[in-house]
Design a protein around this ligand. Structure first.
Ligand code: GLN
Length: 535
């Protein structure tokens, strides 16, 4: 079978869930036995989202090969079993960067370099780059149809059908069918306009995914089909659901995967979604529940800590329990004291972060977790804060801090890595991507992983200062994970505590609903024990 290309565009407004729709299509095709990859095209001019504010743009997802990417890649990796690379996210910034580099090198000798064909060719090359060894490439075009920025991408995907053949390309358009309470009706006009917008640039969608809060009645589907020139079967209701892991199931019940394979002339294999059904069942039907505090900087957790909140949910799935995440603002903890905000939680997690805002509150929260014997999980900055807390309050090192927050600290227990000194440019210069780590036996970490060799993804500049290894260990902190050359402390724990673990990496990036990450699984398990011992 020739490689098939599915292009997913979005209309009407942003935030309709194009990323999840693309991931779900990938999941459905994979459940039919096809090998799938997904590419995200981002129309912004940043080379990557590494320097963008997570509050505005959501979390920065990190791949094994060290790319800082759009958070949709996190959805893709959670929904399909394919490890993605830096090639799976391309931005306008990257496209222009490579075209301009070629122009300076003289590659276009004599030619006037233009959006069409030079930019569009570069975009098509990026699509072909991910197509090796897979049956299906799904390409999600970011932004909303009608935006100026996304035009070159849309033009490139329009040309693509001519390049690789009609039978190998499918255009899927996600639109909104709002329910207007005053009229008591579902409205199809925004969809019609959005399709018209696409037609103007030469793309006739084959399938419409209609985001809505209720099932579209048959007559409305017929009307949309007629006005938008698609077959009735290709008008799919994408109804709101309680859990994102339900999206593939809902789309399958609408026949989406069946019509995709039919339209693309792919073999009609059987789909097996039993693992997904089990996940959704556990998420919905578990009667146990536990409350975990995430002490961070962004109270609106939804997108800023996307992979983290998903990994916590996976930890719940592994323990057959629902997890309520209580977002706690580090600054509020510093102001009101930890008891005020953390009295009622069964576990405390301090996630990664940058900058000093809320750090003293995070440290106070960690002190509370340590003293009150509440399960604690520190991730990246969270682990660094745990080391600072321990240094100050257990080792008696007054003024201990991370050099990131106090350049003049008498005890910089967390310091800049030597490779990081002298780096002034911000884009892509951190310690990024997967690194191996050796786990010490015995340790809580080893109990969780069940192996001494792990690989986890990083995104940071600072590290535990090796000059303080001895004093930390002498006072009862176990340094339980190291880089293979022993130069970097990658994990810490406090053995004399129900569950107190920190990692310099971001385990949340590797957690999958089907394979919950061991540290999240064990953290939630310990929190459940804590909760049950209280009642
Ligand atoms: N700001 C810290 C560092 O750069 C932690 C980064 C993080 O938590 N991802 O080392």
């Amino acid at each position: 079978m020739a490689t098939k290309f599915i292009f997913v565009t979005g209309g009407v407004l942003s935030s309709l869930g194009k990323g999840l729709a693309s991931a779900s299509i990938g999941c459905l095709l994979e459940s039919r036995g096809f090998k799938v990859t997904i590419l995200k095209c981002d129309p912004y001019i940043n080379v990557d989202p590494g320097t963008m504010n997570p509050f505005q743009h959501g979390e920065v997802f990190v791949t094994d090969d060290g790319a800082e990417t759009d958070l949709d890649l996190g959805h893709y990796e959670r929904f399909i079993d394919h490890v993605l690379t830096r090639a799976n996210n391309v931005t306008t910034g990257q496209i222009y960067h490579s075209v301009i580099t070629k122009e300076r090198r003289g590659d276009y000798l004599g030619a006037t370099v233009q959006v069409i064909p030079h930019i569009t060719d570069e975009i098509k090359r990026a699509i072909h780059r991910v197509a090796a060894d897979v049956d299906v490439v799904i390409v999600e075009v970011g932004g909303t149809v009608g935006d100026i920025e996304s035009l070159p991408f849309l033009e490139a995907i329009r040309q693509f059908r001519g390049d690789v053949g009609r039978e190998n390309v499918l255009y899927i358009h996600l639109t909104l069918v709002p329910y207007l309470a005053s009229a008591g009706e579902l409205k199809s006009k925004p969809t019609q306009h959005s399709v018209k917008e696409l037609l103007q640039i030469g793309i006739q969608p084959d399938i419409l995914l209609c985001r809505t809060d209720r099932l579209l009645p048959k007559e409305l589907k017929a009307k949309i089909a007629l006005f938008c020139n698609v077959s009735e079967k290709a008008v799919i209701t994408a109804k709101d659901v309680g859990s994102i892991y339900e999206v593939p199931l809902v789309l399958r019940s609408e026949g989406l995967d069946a019509i995709i394979v039919q339209m693309l002339g792919m073999p009609q294999t059987e789909a097996d979604l039993s693992a997904w059904e089990a996940i959704v069942r556990k998420e919905k039907e578990s009667t146990a529940s536990v409350t975990i505090a995430v002490v961070g900087k962004y109270l609106e957790l939804k997108d800023s800590y996307k992979s983290l909140t998903e990994a916590i949910i996976h930890g719940g799935i592994a323990n057959d329990c629902q997890v309520h995440i209580k977002a706690v603002d580090g600054e509020a903890v510093a102001r009101d004291g930890p008891k005020e905000h953390l009295r009622d939680v069964a576990g405390i997690l301090v996630p990664g972060g940058f900058g000093s805002r809320g750090v003293e509150g995070k440290i106070a929260a960690i002190a509370f977790a340590r003293e009150e014997r509440i399960p604690f999980f520190g991730i990246c900055l969270g682990m660094q804060c745990a080391v600072v807390e321990f240094a100050r309050h257990v080792c008696g090192l007054q003024g201990a801090n991370s050099r990131e927050f106090d350049l003049n600290s008498p005890h910089p227990v967390v310091d800049l890595m030597s490779e990081q000194r002298g780096i002034t440019s911000l884009g892509g210069t951190m310690r990024l991507g997967a690194y191996p780590c050796r786990i010490v036996v015995p340790s809580v970490a080893y109990q969780a992983y069940g192996t001494t060799e792990i690989s986890e993804r990083h995104r940071h500049r600072y590290e535990v200062n090796n000059d303080y290894r001895d004093i930390l260990e002498r006072h009862g902190m176990r340094l339980c994970g190291f880089s293979p050359d022993d130069m970097l402390v990658e994990m810490i724990e406090i053995p004399d505590h129900p569950w107190f673990v920190g990692g310099q990496f971001h385990p949340e990036f590797k957690s999958r609903p089907k394979r919950p990450h061991p540290l999240f699984r064990e953290f939630i398990k310990a929190s459940l024990v804590r909760q049950e011992s209280r009642v």
